[in-house]
Design a protein around this ligand. Structure first.
Ligand code: MG
Length: 239
């Protein structure tokens, strides 16, 4: 792997759907511990920086992700943690307003998650039992007046964000901070496309699972992710 021989390597991984499975209860996700262990070993190598960049709130991410320093953890798509932004009163008011509007939809089997910078409308509990009802619920959420927040879709969710920070912004900031000469970003979901879009010709985007993507390499969830990271580790360690 040519990229593994670069001077300063930055490796950024999404969490849910990439390093952990997706289940109805987000507090009980099955974590790919083998993949996390390889990331931890990558982070011990010289001139190599590893980060987990999640849409979860930072505290929530810490409660489910076993990785710690020297691995960097960033939450809320990069709004929380290093390179984060401040939550203003205006942002909070917008979130409260859109949260109330989502709650007023009163859809059974759906719920609204409160994150520091986002309100997230979830239909995962509904999706298995009644996919059509789940789709209708997502459409109803997308039709809600967003009160000045930014609306993004994802797997079984619609997310309303008061922060303008995207995963692409965060990756650009981190790359500048560490002076990375090549960056690897691995992710599975729609918001990860912002991250892939921020990559340059010498970088590598890795898409986990199916779906349209800007990434140039694709791996399967689980063993596919672990094998890719192990391949990267072996090449980097041999540099
Ligand atoms: Mg994900």
């Amino acid at each position: 792997m040519q990229l593994a021989r670069t001077d300063r390597l930055l490796i950024v991984a999404d969490f849910d759907g990439t390093l952990a499975g997706i289940v109805p209860d987000p507090s009980k996700v099955p974590v790919n511990l083998a993949a996390c262990e390889v990331l931890d070993r990558l982070a011990q190598l010289p001139d190599t920086t590893v980060a987990v960049l999640s849409g979860r709130g930072l505290e929530d991410l810490k409660s489910v992700c076993p990785l710690r320093a020297p691995v960097t953890l960033a939450g809320s798509h990069g709004a929380e943690g290093e390179h984060g932004v401040e939550l203003t009163g205006d942002m909070r008011a917008r979130l409260d307003l859109v949260g109330a509007r989502l709650g007023a939809l009163g859809i059974e089997g759906a719920y609204v998650e409160e994150k520091p910078f986002q309100r997230v409308f979830h239909v995962a509990p509904l999706a298995d039992a009644d996919p059509a009802a789940a789709e209708a619920a997502l459409a109803a959420a997308r039709a809600v007046d967003p009160a000045g927040t930014t609306v993004a879709g994802g797997k079984n969710i619609v997310e309303f964000s008061a922060a303008r920070v995207t995963k692409g912004d965060w990756i650009a900031a981190k790359r500048a901070q560490v002076g990375a000469t090549a960056t690897v970003f691995i992710g599975d979901d729609v918001t990860d496309e912002n991250g892939f879009a921020a990559l340059g010709p010498g970088d590598l985007g890795v898409k986990v699972g199916p779906g349209e993507t800007l990434a140039t390499r694709r791996v399967e969830f689980g063993a596919g992710v672990t094998d890719f990271l192990q391949e990267l580790f072996t090449a980097r360690a041999a540099r």
